[in-house]
Design a protein around this ligand. Structure first.
Ligand SMILES: Nc1ncnc2c1ncn2[C@@H]1O[C@H](COP(=O)(O)OP(=O)(O)OP(=O)(O)O)[C@@H](O)[C@H]1O
Ligand SMILES: [Mg+2]
Length: 225
């Protein structure tokens, strides 16, 4: 199993003023699956995503990734898991404006100490996969929103991650660009990538193999509840 969440709780705030966000979240996901997560604003979707991506830790409960509970791993080890095994795509792209498209894509490889020549080659390959080989040397300001998101996807996949996490990847795009992004995710899924995507759009979620719903931090639709 790629992912197993058991009784995950997340509470922000202080002991005097706790802000409970996730309640007893349980689900499993096999490698190669494509899950969509839907739910109203403030329901805990990004909080769940951050836990899945080792950007945050649960207050209680256990998160197994590739059957391993990493909750006691050091920050360095967590950062390594994040860098090597997980790719992130955000609504607002998060590209470095002063770096060319290929340099943005190659950034995770730099943290992984891949030599420069190989970085460029692998960035080129990833940009090919999203149909942007001819924009390798462009800066983000010279690209459309949809193209920026494709660069962000190339960056997320160039390390060949086990899991791709996307937090409303089409949220900032017009419908045609959003459609292109969804087609790219479909292609990645067909080639075996495991994907979890947050979305507000039903049409987007319907492309996934399973739909999870969150309301007020309670998740439904997983198979393990
Ligand atoms: N660092 C934090 N400290 C305190 N509360 C937080 C923190 N992060 C999130 N929250 C609270 O947790 C709840 C869920 O937030 P979250 O960002 O997960 O929602 P979401 O479902 O992603 O919403 P949206 O669709 O608007 O992005 C919100 O009520 C929010 O105020
Ligand atoms: Mg969110």
């Amino acid at each position: 199993m790629l992912i197993r969440l058991e009784h995950i709780e997340k509470t922000y705030g202080t002991p005097e003023h706790p802000v409970p966000v996730l309640h007893d979240v349980n689900f499993t996901m096999e490698e190669g699956a494509y899950y969509a997560v839907m739910g109203p604003s403030g329901s805990g979707k990004s909080t769940l995503m951050n836990i899945l991506g080792y950007l945050d830790t649960p207050t209680s409960g256990t998160y197994y990734f590739e059957d391993v509970d990493n909750s006691r791993a050091s920050d360095v080890k967590m950062a390594r898991i994040r860098n090597e095994k997980i790719g992130f795509v955000f609504q607002s792209f998060h590209l470095l404006q002063r770096r060319r498209a290929w340099e943005n894509v190659a950034l995770p490889l730099m943290y992984g100490n891949v030599p420069k020549r190989e970085r460029r080659e692998r960035a080129e390959q990833a940009l090919c996969e999203v149909g942007l080989k001819d924009r390798m040397d462009f800066y983000p300001t010279q690209l459309s929103g949809g193209q920026c998101q494709r660069v962000a996807i190339a960056r997320a996949i160039c390390t060949r991650p086990k899991l791709l996490l996307a937090d409303e990847p089409t949220g900032a795009l017009d419908s045609r660009s959003g459609q292109q992004i969804m087609d790219i995710f479909d292609g990645l899924h067909e080639r075996g990538m495991s994907i979890i995507m947050i979305t507000h759009e039903h049409a987007v979620a319907e492309r996934a193999s399973r739909m999870l719903h969150i309301y007020d931090g309670v998740l439904t639709g997983g198979d393990a509840e």
